[in-house]
Design a protein around this ligand. Structure first.
Ligand code: NAD
Ligand code: TYD
Length: 341
């Protein structure tokens, strides 16, 4: 393993992975390949802009020519695929891009990888493929029951990866991460959205009764889990990367407000997300057996994350303009207008 292609490396988790690998493995050359959609952001890669072992290429994983020429030009031997449309609410408003990137794009990337004799191919996936988990903890052999267009498209991508392992003998590994939070997360997801809104004393739209459960994982723990799966995962296997720290959304919302010293009166209960999964929960036992442990508790990780957003207004204020405001209006204007306090 020498030349690693990290697709989607200008996004939230991909950029944390790139920043980690550039520092931890000076012997590798990393090529970040990213379309720079609304969620892709070169500011996320500023910490590695002078690194000798990193190159950025703008491109789409669903564009066969762009993928092929990047494989050849950089003599790629390993792929870690983060590239995805990743936000459930956007998948409900407009599923097309999800199918194009998370299913068709994964297929094209895999197919070119096979034709170029790529060694290891890591597909970064999500706990959402398991669907709603009313009780207990999902393990890697559980059935897929995806409920949103996002979850279904990620499940479709994973199934293509599985088929390329079984049919063509490709050396694939899949990771399924739980809800991830930390610095550089696009402010449409719960924690950065509520944090940046609360900092401006704006209302926080909690879907439904707020008693949906998510399992929170710090982005650095997620990145280290993918590093371990890349280096030590067994071919054809999937690994859950779970924070194993379950919280109700309303409790997370109240923690954010308390840590920012803002009042609970900012909370608005709004119309629920369609098809909203009540609970995600996975077991991390299989990855732990490879030596992974979580290093951040949710309390410490959240505090550090809020501090980061407070100190990096330059990063998020320029995002919350233009297209972001159009999306905000579509997703929240009617909900907030009809909201109960
Ligand atoms: P993100 O939306 O922040 O970043 C996605 C990145 O992919 C962006 O840089 C974007 O420009 C790029 N991209 C999108 N379409 C592309 C295409 N066609 N070709 C090339 N690049 C493209 O997402 P994230 O939160 O960093 O998630 C990264 C991966 O981890 C995704 O595959 C997601 O499904 C998975 N995941 C996310 C979470 C989470 O809580 N955020 C949890 C588990 C798994
Ligand atoms: P999100 O960050 O979108 O992640 P996911 O849908 O992948 O779990 O949402 C986390 C939880 O927070 C989810 O149950 C939906 C809820 N949520 C709200 O209540 N209000 C919001 O404005 C957002 C963005 C999310």
């Amino acid at each position: 393993m020498k030349n690693i292609l990290v697709t989607g490396g200008a996004g939230f988790i991909g950029s944390a992975f790139v920043r980690h690998l550039v520092a931890a493995y000076p012997q590798y050359h990393l090529v970040t390949f990213d379309k720079l959609t609304y969620a892709g952001n070169l500011d996320n890669l500023l910490p590695v802009k002078d690194a000798a072992n990193h190159t950025f290429v703008q491109g789409d994983i669903a564009d066969r020519e762009a993928v092929r020429s990047t494989f050849e030009q950089h003599r790629i031997d390993t792929v870690v695929n983060f590239a995805a449309e990743s936000h459930v609410d956007r998948s409900i408003l407009a599923p097309d891009a999800f199918i194009m990137t998370d299913v068709v794009g994964v297929y094209i990337l895999l197919d070119e990888a096979r034709q170029h004799g790529i060694g290891r191919f890591v597909q970064v996936s999500t706990d959402e493929v398991y669907g709603d988990v009313p009780e207990g903890f999902s393990t890697e052999q559980d059935a897929f029951l995806p409920n949103s267009p996002y979850a279904a498209s990620k499940a479709g991508g994973e199934l293509m990866v599985r088929s390329y392992h079984v049919t063509y003998g490709m050396d694939t590994v899949i990771t399924r991460g739980s809800n991830t939070y930390g610095p550089y997360q696009y402010p449409e997801k719960l924690i950065p959205f509520f944090t940046t809104e609360a900092l401006d004393d704006r209302p926080l739209p909690v879907y439904g009764d707020g008693r949906q459960t998510r399992d929170w994982l710090h982005v650095d723990d997620h990145a280290r889990g993918i590093d371990l799966a890349l280096h030590q995962g067994r071919p054809g296997e999937a690994y859950n990367i779970a924070g194993e720290d379950l919280r109700y959304n309303i409790d997370v919302t109240r923690m954010i407000l308390r840590l920012l010293n803002k009042p609970d009166t900012l909370i608005r209960y709004v119309k629920d997300r369609e098809g909203h999964d009540r609970r995600y929960a996975m077991s991390a036992e299989k990855l732990r057996a490879l030596g992974w442990t979580r290093q951040h508790t949710f309390e410490d990780g959240l505090q550090a994350t809020l501090d980061w957003y407070r100190q990096h207004e330059w990063w998020w204020r320029k995002i919350k303009t233009g297209e972001y405001l159009d999306y905000y209006k579509k997703q929240y204007a009617d909900r907030l207008a009809a909201a109960e306090k």
